[in-house]
Design a protein around this ligand. Structure first.
Ligand SMILES: [Zn+2]
Length: 240
């Protein structure tokens, strides 16, 4: 068994810098796993030095082929520069021209990351406007983007999972006994346990015994209805 490190070429190196507070892991198949360290607190960047190396591959009949990977080729592969959906440059990771990042390279990396993060926040705003009761639709990247940019967003704090009331369509927390908007009993067992009673005329309309049995995705119509009603205004109670 050959030690992979034997095949490192220490005369061929490239430096990757990372201004984000996240570490990134990359599986380079035959070349193994790489970790790009996060930027340590109080510093300007995290740093990974990548070396050129020879990969051995099977030719069959116990024969091995050799293929050399230059340090900068490996580095670009780690950054996934070829793949717009995985490109780490969006997060402030980049390949340095020299042995250490220049001030201008760090500045460009921050601009690129901020542009991407603003884009993410815009998408989250659009999602939230369409479905304010579905905060789980906001991705981790979108949340991180808003925090990194110092932006205050309602979808950042609203983390209680919500569902649409099957009766009135307004957002209610998952697992509650009654809808706070229309008074429909959503979980009869729980409502009985806490001796709460729906206003007359509403419980029958409640029909649906529990929210838990409903699919997680609400019908688009219900979402639109919920989005168009101002959240602070209570929906009128159904009158007989
Ligand atoms: Zn309701």
């Amino acid at each position: 068994m050959t030690d992979r490190r034997e095949y490192l070429n220490r005369d061929d190196w490239a430096v990757i810098a990372n201004i984000s507070d996240q570490a990134f892991h990359s599986d380079q198949a035959g070349l193994g796993l790489y970790t790009i360290p996060a930027c340590p607190a109080g510093q300007l960047y995290g740093r990974l030095t990548v070396y050129g190396r020879t990969e051995l591959y099977d030719l069959g009949d116990d024969r091995k082929g050799e293929r050399y990977w230059a340090a900068r080729v490996i580095a670009r592969s780690l950054l996934a520069e070829h793949n717009p959906d995985a490109d780490l440059r969006r997060y402030g990771v980049f390949l340095c021209a020299g042995d250490a990042p220049l001030e201008s390279e760090l500045r460009d990396a921050a601009l690129r990351r901020d542009a991407y993060f603003y884009e993410q926040v815009e998408q989250a705003d659009a999602l939230y406007a369409r479905a304010p009761n579905r905060p789980e639709l906001i991705s981790d990247v979108q949340r991180r983007a808003a925090r990194q940019l110092g932006l205050d967003r309602p979808w950042l704090v609203k983390i209680a999972p919500m569902q649409d009331c099957p009766v009135c369509g307004d957002p209610v927390k998952v697992g509650v006994a009654m809808c706070r908007h229309c008074g429909a009993v959503l979980d009869a067992e729980k409502a009985a346990r806490y001796s709460v009673h729906a206003p007359a005329g509403v419980s029958a309309a409640g029909g649906a015994r529990t929210l838990a049995g409903l699919p997680a995705a609400a019908p688009a119509g219900a979402e639109l209805a919920a989005a168009s009603a101002p959240a602070s205004v209570e929906a009128p109670r159904k009158a007989r």
